[in-house]
Write a protein of this length. Structure first.
Length: 106
């Protein structure tokens, strides 16, 4: 049991806030795959926020780093966003969702 009575409430509140902020940033990043915007920056940022509290987000972030193409020095943006890159991004997200273990309810 915790030493202070309010610490459990604060811990849960912090966890919920990290989930809300991280999920919002991640959802905006996924939307930016189709909409104009830097999805390849926003999605990892959302995962990094979520990784503060959630192990599954740390695994996804590690996987995303492994598949990210290496850029030349000074080259920040891809030269062209194509349907192939969109399909590859969506495929990556779907594979990660399928690999995430489901929590068993007692």
């Amino acid at each position: 049991m915790s030493s202070r009575p309010g610490s459990t409430v604060r811990k849960h509140f912090k966890r919920v806030m990290i989930f809300v902020v991280g999920s919002t940033v991640l959802a905006i990043g996924v939307a930016m795959i189709l909409l104009p915007g830097p999805a390849f920056i926003v999605i990892p940022a959302g995962l990094a926020i979520l990784a503060v509290e959630f192990a599954w987000a740390r695994r996804w972030l590690r996987s995303a780093r492994a598949v990210m193409p290496r850029r030349n020095e000074g080259q920040l943006l891809p030269e062209k966003i194509t349907m192939k890159s969109f399909k590859r991004s969506m495929g990556f997200l779907l594979r990660q969702v399928r690999r995430t273990p489901k929590k068993k309810v007692k």
